[in-house]
Design a binder for this molecule. Sequence first.
Ligand code: BGC
Ligand code: NOJ
Length: 816
Amino acid sequence: MRYGHFDDEGREYVITRPDTPLPWINYLGSEAYFGIISNTAGGYSFYRDARLRRLTRYRYNNAPLDLGGRYVYLRDDESGEYFSPSWQPTQREVDDYSCRHGLGYSIIGSSYKGIRGEALYFVPLGENLEIWRIRVTNDRRTPAKVSLFDSVEFCLWEALEDNTNFQRNYSTGQVEVEDGVIYHKTEYRERRDHFAFFACSAPLAGFETQRDAFLGAYRGWDRPIAVETGKASDSIAHGWQPMGAHHVKLDLAPGETREVIVLLGYQENPRDDKFDPAGSQTINKKRVKPVIARYLQPAAVEKAFTDLRDHWTNMLGILQVRTGSEHVDRMVNIWNAYQCMVTFNLSRSASGFESGIGRGMGFRDSNQDLLGFVHMVPTRARERILDIAATQLPTGGAYHQYQPLTKRGNNDVGGGFNDDPAWLVLGVAAYLKETGDTSILDEPVPYDNKPDTETPLYEHLQRSIQYTLDRVGPHGLPLIGRADWNDCLNLNCFSETPGESFQTTENKGGGVAESVFVGGLFVLAADEMAAIARRHGDEAEVKLATDASASMTKIVETAGWDGSWFRRAYDYFGRVVGSDECPEGSIFIEPQGMCIVAGIGLQNGMADKALASVAERLATPHGIVLNNPAFTYYHLELGEISTYPEGYKENAGIFCHTNPWIMIAEAMAGHPDKALDYYMRINPSAREEISDVHRCEPYVYAQMIAGKDAPTHGEAKNSWLSGTAAWNFVAISQWILGIRAEYDGLRIDPALPADWDGFSVTRRFRGARYEITVHKPKGAVGRVTRLTVDGRAVPGNLLTAPTRPGQSFVVEAFVE
Ligand code: BGC
Ligand code: NOJ
């Protein structure tokens, strides 16, 4: 069952009924000002950091789930009846409801008794504000008098405090209203130099800034007293809950449409010029007024919207494929790329499942997000790499997360995850392969953001490698530390205190618990390090990394091999984890994926065996579960993984992030049919028909799909912010379709299923444009062995990097 459909031409997903199984969300903004918006206009906005600079409130885990938003009310002033064009929060039985989620915008509208309302929501490029372009149409044969109310509830900036510190919050709220613009300025009198504004293009019949005045005592957002009575009281908030609402009266002739523009935005002032007149307590508005005046003009809004659309057309144009599979095409060309942008921007901080309060930018997460997005924004990727590296510790280790606003490591959310450093090498490698810009290696970057500790970025990478080499256990495998990629495999934790965080609690020492996964990851990173060092003219490092990779490979193939698959780890007591000997958790997906991706076992049959075990023990029609059998009770010595009921999250859930490692492994091992088959099992578009089972958005990946041991097998959860986005993009575009940036050029190495007869792709790479057609006879499963470039034959499958920008090539690739 579906709740809408894809509009590929318009690059939109069109939701046609409001009561989706969960709020189906979208993101506004892509630089500094962000918002999340659901299909019923729920959601919130923030500047850079969803915790530290929150503009509006949102109630997680509310009933109904998605409450707090950008709500508009339309009231028929003759009958007194009112509705919200986004259905929520009034929940009237509306006609013609639709929500079109597009790239960086959403259009939500519906009709009620002949009055139609529709709002386009988006953030203009380069601005710290969002626009609501509201259109109201009278579809009746008679004139209509309509009252329009817009509304937002302000957050007092720090979202956690806002949710908890009520003894203070109820007394601090402050606003100003000038020329109909509502300015939210809580704490502006003291240490904040920023405020929010809420403006409306139409003359006002009134406004509200105090929530209680707008809603009325004991009322919710579904029936505000101001809307019910059609009258706003011009309240000025002092303490309690500051909000913004404008009341506009519209007289509509039959068939007439009126447009009202609403702006919600964020503005900072220089500290010494905060007030106007100086010495007063009044916000200095001279910087913000021109911005407000500009975007209250329909022409400016139209242009900003066109610019946003063009921006995406240009960015997506870097890679466009035509494969004959609608699920592949629309995910690669539109939605998966878009999701990669969102994960790149927000890491794991803000979604319907992530409150924006607990998690900032993950060290490993952000490095992996780069893999999916580096080709679209190389300059921003460069900045991101330098930001991440600046949080690295002098040991080569990492804070697990940092706050986007401060760019400082945040120890409150943990550290000592021993896989973290290796991901920096992979992030930088991806950047170098895409851009060829080796100058980044010479950039001076501090450690732990401390001045005077700068070394070239290159040395950060060396320290990342050394970090693992300095921390190996009894078998020579890397020590796991607090955990590795699997945050929940906490082998040194032994937590017995209810509520204690597995991410931050004091770990036992010991130096015994080892990770086979980090072993595989290390081989991958050390190989990249060797390649980088070679280009950096550092033969000593080439040797160190090459030798380290070779000896780790041997160790993984011995201590890490269980006979039919790769083992997972050794625990605190030196006992094997992820082995046939273990009654629960005898096989895990992560080492099968990562070891093979690193090339381990491809020559000696181990890879094939491991993949056969994955197919037999872990694969389900809904994707590949993380481990099997699931843990049925709490294993003190394994930690959080066994806290989850069977089939959820890291305990035998289909943790989608890991699935593309298996797809890549299958492609590398020469099983293209299997690779695409696994790809399709979790491809959200391919699951659209079972939206009632899947429940999450059919246009983006979710972190998890409930595994075969769960009563809700097939149900997705935690959509949007997941490494799943980047890795699936890598798997399909670079390994199945095989268009892969390398240090010396663009590799054309597809691993296509037997029944495909090729595909074509447009790729922009290092300033040149490639029109590539891959030809393959149906039935063949081989690899590309020759190319023609502008008609000239080239041996092998590498297109050497373009020599000057602006070049354009026509490439034919042949699979025989
Ligand atoms: C989740 C992990 C997550 C970790 C850190 C755990 O409860 O299962 O997926 O990475 O918390 O926030
Ligand atoms: C989500 C975290 O963001 C990611 O870093 C981790 O690898 C997975 N959970 C698995 O635990």
